[in-house]
Design a binder for this molecule. Structure first.
Ligand code: FES
Length: 69
C-alpha cells in the first residue's frame, strides 16, 4: 500500500529499509524521501517502523543466554 503519496513510497519499501538497518523516520527520510514534502505520512510511517522493528527483535527463546539458564 502507498504510504507516502508525495514520493510514491510503499509500506513494503519502508519495511525493507528497516530490515536493512533503518531505525528512525529521519533515516527513512534521507534514504527514501518519505515524509519529506507535506508530512502527512509521518504518523503512518512511524507506526510501520515500530511494527517492523518489533517484528525483527529476537524472542527470548532465540537468545543464547536463555539456553544457558
Ligand atoms: S504524503 Fe509523504 S510527504 Fe506527503
Amino acid at each position: 500500500m502507498y504510504v507516502c503519496i508525495c514520493k510514491g513510497i510503499t509500506d513494503h519499501q519502508i519495511r525493507s529499509a528497516v530490515n536493512e538497518g533503518a531505525t528512525s523516520i529521519g533515516q527513512l527520510r534521507r534514504e527514501l524521501g518519505v515524509a519529506s514534502q507535506c508530512g502527512k505520512c509521518s504518523c503512518l510511517t512511524r507506526e510501520i517502523v515500530q511494527e517492523a522493528l518489533s517484528e525483527s527483535m529476537p524472542t527470548a527463546e532465540g537468545l543464547f543466554y536463555s539456553a544457558v539458564a
